[in-house]
Design a protein around this ligand. Structure first.
Ligand SMILES: Cc1ncc(COP(=O)(O)O)c(C=O)c1O
Length: 452
């Protein structure tokens, strides 16, 4: 077991632990790109897909299909896929449709293995421990459905959990007549240690599994996940990490975190097409985890691959092109700035920190969390939503969000948290964003909030 302390989030940023892994991923994706160029039968789409030395580097928005009329400050909700990666995916789809049987029966396994290898290098995981799933919600539900819970057992989570995953945990518990303990983690928050303290306070001898976010959705906090997993393990509790936002946002070493289960999205910060995510299951638990759909792998006579892989690789006919495009997404993003992925991670985080400084300063608020808990998302408390019935029905989650979109062309989420009327504004920082966009947001808030 590697030293967990070496993996605290602060150290990851300070020492670049994990960046060396990204550099290795970069070397591998370079190798793949070169191979793709040299090997026509790989049929990879590479032409015209990268930034070149003579292109200006300061407006990277031109690599995305995003509406230039919209100030897009919400990469976090659904990601955004660069045009070149979409072209790569379209090329794969065309290849599939030209000869569907050859693609599915002959080529897919090799291409999926290659994608798993590239992803594994990027996130610090053995390819054999990775299954592709369409999204993190499916990853969470898959693990919960595989648990053998007994009446009286407890599942543990926090009040920052993503709503869909909280629903999944409630459902799994209700089915087994088990309980759900919810650790209350404050926001604003003073230190990552508060998260650890609050979670450990809720562990009991009946706790079977903790579902914890690596990066929280409503509050955009980076939880000290390696410490949490380690402390829970000392108490005999396994962890399912909801890492929906982590790949491509944080330096990541999934195997070193040591969680029983880790699921993450590639369609958010890694910028793969939508429908690309993974579930990492520790080797000793793989025989117990089954996909939500039973298919051919369940009675396959093959002995050259694990049952885990055989079952998860084929859950019925599906479009595999989102996850097959992961290596191209890794390669393409890496080509956009001179320092590749390590630079992207630092650049996005630096912008998120600057954006939240600006937003709290214009609102006269203190910082709601230490810098060490920020990745590329930042949440800012807003005044409570106005009392009484709404004058109109919100299209998004809050009328303020509607107004930001409709009147200012700014797409940014306003989230009720922990429950209405309290609410938060959450900004994202991706390489296509610039600081003046958050200045426009601060000015728009200055006009809209007093009028609510
Ligand atoms: C923490 C967290 N978990 C899970 C999800 C769900 O992701 P998906 O819809 O891709 O399953 C999200 C989406 O924003 C999230 O923020």
């Amino acid at each position: 077991m590697r030293d967990r302390n070496a993996l605290s989030n602060t150290d990851l940023w300070k020492n670049g632990v994990g960046c060396s892994r990204l550099e290795r991923a970069r070397a591998i994706s370079d190798k793949e790109r070169d191979e793709a160029r040299a090997t026509p039968d790989k049929e990879r789409f590479v032409e015209g897909s990268s930034a070149t030395e003579d292109e200006p580097r300061d407006d990277l928005g031109r690599f995305w299909a995003l509406d230039p009329e919209t100030t897009f400050l919400n990469h976090g909700s659904f990601g955004a896929c660069p045009v070149a990666v979409l072209h790569f995916q379209a090329h794969l789809r065309a290849r599939l449709e030209r000869e569907p049987v050859r693609f599915m029966a002959r080529d897919l396994e090799r291409l999926a293995d290659e994608a798993r290898t590239a992803l594994g290098t990027f996130i610090g995981a053995e390819p054999d421990d990775l299954a592709f799933v369409p999204n993190a919600t499916t990853g969470v539900s898959t693990v919960l459905a595989s648990l053998d819970l007994a009446p009286g057992d407890e599942l543990l989570t926090t009040d920052h959990a993503y709503n869909a995953c909280r629903n999944a945990i409630d459902r799994a518990a209700a089915r087994a007549r088990a309980g759900v303990a919810v650790a209350q983690v404050p926001f604003p928050i003073d230190s990552p240690d508060t998260v650890t303290l609050r979670v450990m306070e809720r562990v009991t001898p009946r706790t079977r599994l903790a579902l914890l976010d690596h990066v929280t959705s409503p509050t955009g906090l980076v939880f000290p996940i390696a410490e949490l997993v380690g402390e829970l393990a000392k108490r005999g509790v396994e962890t399912l990490v909801d890492g929906a936002h982590a790949p491509g946002m944080l330096p990541l070493d999934v195997a070193a975190i040591g969680a029983a289960y880790y699921t993450g999205n590639c369609h958010k910060w890694l910028c793969a097409p939508k429908g690309a995510a993974f579930l990492h299951v520790r080797r000793d638990l793989q025989s117990r985890v089954r996909p939500l759909v039973t298919s051919h792998g369940a009675n396959s006579p093959r002995t050259d691959r694990s049952r885990f892989r055989l079952e998860f690789d084929w859950t019925g006919t599906h479009d595999p092109t989102p996850y097959l495009s992961i290596p191209e997404a890794i390669r393409h993003l890496d080509s956009l700035v001179p320092g590749g992925w390590p630079e992207i991670l630092v650049r996005n985080r630096t912008l998120a920190l600057a954006a939240r400084r600006l937003l709290v300063a214009t609102r006269g608020l203190p910082l709601p969390a230490p810098d060490s808990m920020i990745g590329a998302l930042a949440a800012i408390p807003l005044p409570d939503s106005p009392p009484g019935p709404s004058p109109r029905k919100a299209v998004y989650q809050d009328l303020l969000q509607d107004d930001l979109v409709d009147r200012y062309g700014i797409q940014v989420p306003v989230m009720p948290w922990p429950s209405p009327p309290r609410r938060l504004l959450r900004v994202s920082a991706q390489v296509y964003n610039r600081i003046d966009q958050y200045e426009r947001l601060a000015a728009a808030l200055g006009e809209l909030l007093p009028r609510e």
